[in-house]
Design a protein around this ligand. Structure first.
Ligand SMILES: Cc1cc2nc3c(=O)[nH]c(=O)nc-3n(C[C@H](O)[C@H](O)[C@H](O)COP(=O)(O)OP(=O)(O)OC[C@H]3O[C@@H](n4cnc5c(N)ncnc54)[C@H](O)[C@@H]3O)c2cc1C
Length: 629
């Protein structure tokens, strides 16, 4: 196709939705040479954060680093627009350490829009896509609300909470996908007419309050980190001024108000049937489910530098607006709170992802891809990771190349997609470290080691960034060897430093061995250096990210080796491919229930089959024999 095909409404790829999934999908497909039409209900809401104005947190931060390592943009945008950076769980193990960037919400959308507008081959359009066009099981185009027809070879649906969206403030219901944006009507019906099953999910968001009506002196201040970390592996990330968040707590009065008004909740009145996010429950859910808990943390987070709006994290609700005022004003520091935007819940259509392949393409309609909340996930980072994979695979599909299928051992992105397509998820899926069996291998610090090679091969990581990556890996290896070879002497000065950490050495000890001790970090070597001569120097002048990675690799070497062995075992099962046309009904010695599950998911290999809920090791043995292996 040529870049002038837009005149005839002809595109390689149509991306429906310019949220976190849609932006990554459109940018990656365009950078890989495709002509992309990017449709959205409102161009001023590109990459909007309709819930908390923050990127990252446990497991999610690893997804952002993975996106960056593969050549996506979320990390770069979060780095450029943060108003606070914080590493969570910094005193805990490396598998759960997580970066979190509080964003300036408006700047975030502006920055992303700027990237999109400066990417060749992306054509942005404000319209609602209402129909997909399919011929001989293959996508050929789409139709919008004005009846305009578009020709394309692939479509990526990233519709978020918009499909048939219905918002609730108390028992009042409105059509809409998120506050201030209409619902997308028509597309769900079109999907169903093409045999795609849709179901309902629900999510919710708290009120936004005017910061001038908050008494912060009654709250605990939550500052950002002094020692800054960033998402992107690219150099020269911007150092910006940071702003604090605050912490307050619910109390008995808050809980009584909520309990007294549960009859006004659309959830408790049965108006909403969709399942909500288990890991981001509404405040009324928390009060009911954890009735014995006398108080819940509530974080007060700025939405940006040029706005009075602040986000009340942990206080999501669908109770009526008048009750919301009462609830909020019972919190210390919020006694005079003025609500700018009410909290609300939204129920929307999603497409259970058991209908898609690991490439995120539909099993039944070639060229139709799904990414983000439409696949049943919740969260910006989960959406962006899928968007990137769908964008790359739409190009692979058009070019007739092998799809990018990331394994569980390679990434949280691979784990997320495998869970979605294998586990028939019935509630909003959020990435958690506990979802990975290899979480010590899948850390935020080594996302580049796991994925940069792939990003470079695909063509989204340029040569300069790839060379920086290779140099970093070389320096890490060199330092590990140096630690194995260099001895820490047991001189008086050294033991004086070690005594501060409850340590003592009689004889010299190799640095690598010594670093394995729980209280010892690389910083101790730097301290020792202040006591010894230059020739006896124990530390090297390395960047913090290299030090962090070296420390983890040395300290957790034994665990890492064990997880690598597990990966090897699982990879053996992955090699047993299951033919797409297998007839499960004809297989003996497997229960009818298991056959139905296998038929529904249609796993591509034995490893995936073994992860389907209810499929037993004995079933895998039967399949193995049947496959003649
Ligand atoms: C009320 C609310 C509460 C939330 N709560 C949480 C939470 O607690 N925790 C959490 O992690 N996440 C939460 N989220 C979810 C988070 O916002 C999403 O997970 C994330 O934004 C999903 O990204 P996405 O790209 O899939 O969709 P979105 O970011 O929602 O983007 C969807 C895009 O699709 C466009 N679109 C939709 N249909 C059409 C169509 N037919 N034609 C053209 N354009 C279309 C929209 O205009 C929009 O640009 C919440 C979202 C909302 C709205």
């Amino acid at each position: 196709m040529t870049s002038l095909d837009y005149i005839n409404n002809k595109f390689d790829v149509i991306v429906v939705g310019a949220g976190h999934a849609g932006c990554e999908a459109a940018i990656s497909a365009a950078r890989l040479g495709c002509n992309v039409l990017l449709c959205t209900l409102n161009v001023d809401n590109i990459a909007l954060q309709p819930c908390n104005p923050a990127i990252g947190g446990p497991a999610k931060s690893t997804l952002v680093r993975e996106i960056d390592a593969l050549g996506g943009v979320m990390g770069e945008v979060a780095d450029a627009t943060y108003i606070q950076m914080k590493t969570l769980n910094s005193s805990k193990g490396p598998a759960v350490r997580a970066l979190r960037a509080q964003s300036d919400k408006k700047e975030y959308t502006r920055y992303m829009r700027n990237i999109i507008e400066n990417t060749d081959n992306i054509w942005v359009k404000q319209t609602c896509i209402t129909d997909i066009k399919v011929k001989d099981g293959q996508i050929i185009g789409a139709v919008d609300e004005y009846g305009l027809e578009y020709i394309c070879r692939a479509i990526i649906l990233t519709t978020g909470t918009s499909l048939e969206g219905k918002m609730y403030v108390g028992l009042q219901a409105y059509s809409g996908g998120r506050l201030g944006e209409r619902a997308a009507i028509g597309l769900s019906q079109s999907l169903r007419e093409h045999g795609i099953v849709t179901k309902k999910l629900k999510t919710g968001t708290p009120a936004r309050v005017d910061k001038r009506t908050i008494d912060y002196s009654k709250m605990t201040v939550q500052p950002g980190d002094d020692k800054l970390s960033f998402y992107s592996f690219k150099p020269n990330r911007p150092v910006r001024q940071q702003y604090p968040c605050y912490l307050t707590r619910t109390n008995e009065e808050t809980h009584s108000i909520i309990r007294a008004n549960l009859d006004k909740s659309p959830m408790y009145q049965g108006l909403i049937h969709g399942v909500g996010p288990r890991y981001c429950p509404s405040i009324e859910d928390k009060i009911v489910r954890f009735a014995s808990n006398p108080s819940h943390h509530i974080f007060i987070e700025p939405e940006g530098l040029n706005t009075y709006e602040v986000y009340i994290q942990g206080f999501s609700t669908s109770l009526p607006a008048c009750v919301q005022v009462e609830m909020l004003r019972s919190l210390p520091g919020l006694e005079k709170a003025h609500i700018i935007k009410p909290a609300y819940a939204v129920e929307y259509d999603y497409v259970p992802a058991v209908q898609t392949l690991h490439s995120l393409m539909s099993k039944d309609i070639k060229g139709l891809f799904f990414a983000g909340q439409i696949n049943g996930t919740s969260g910006y980072e989960e959406a962006a990771a899928q968007g990137l994979v769908a964008g790359i695979n739409s190009v692979n599909y058009i070019n007739g190349s092998e799809p990018l299928e990331l394994s569980r051992a390679s990434s949280y992105t691979g784990t997320l997609i495998d869970d979605l397509v294998t586990k028939d998820i019935q509630e909003p899926y959020r990435m958690l470290t506990s979802r990975s069996e290899y979480r010590l291998l899948l850390r935020q610090d080594n996302a580049d080691e796991r994925l940069t090679e792939i990003g470079h091969k695909i063509g989204l990581i340029d040569d300069a960034q790839y060379q920086r990556f290779l140099d970093k890996q070389e320096n890490i290896q060199k330092e590990i060897v140096r630690l194995q070879e260099t001895k820490l002497p047991a001189t008086g000065g050294v033991n004086e430093v070690l005594a501060k950490y409850g340590e003592h050495i009689e004889n010299g000890i190799r640095l690598g061995e010594f670093l394995k001790r729980p209280n010892i970090t690389y910083d101790v070597f730097k301290e020792v250096d202040e006591r010894v001569s230059l020739e006896e120097k124990m530390s090297e002048n390395l960047s913090q990210d290299i030090i962090d990675e070296v420390e983890v690799k040395v300290k957790y070497n034994g665990y890492i080796k064990r997880q690598l062995e597990q990966v090897e075992t699982s990879e053996k099962l992955e090699k047993y491919r299951i033919p797409a046309n297998i007839d499960y009904s004809k297989i003996k010695h497997i229960s009818t229930e298991t056959k139905e599950k296998l038929e529904k998911i249609r796993p591509t290999n034995l490893a995936q089959a073994s992860r389907i809920g209810g499929v037993k090791p004995a079933d895998i043995s039967v399949l193995m024999v049947m496959l003649g292996k």
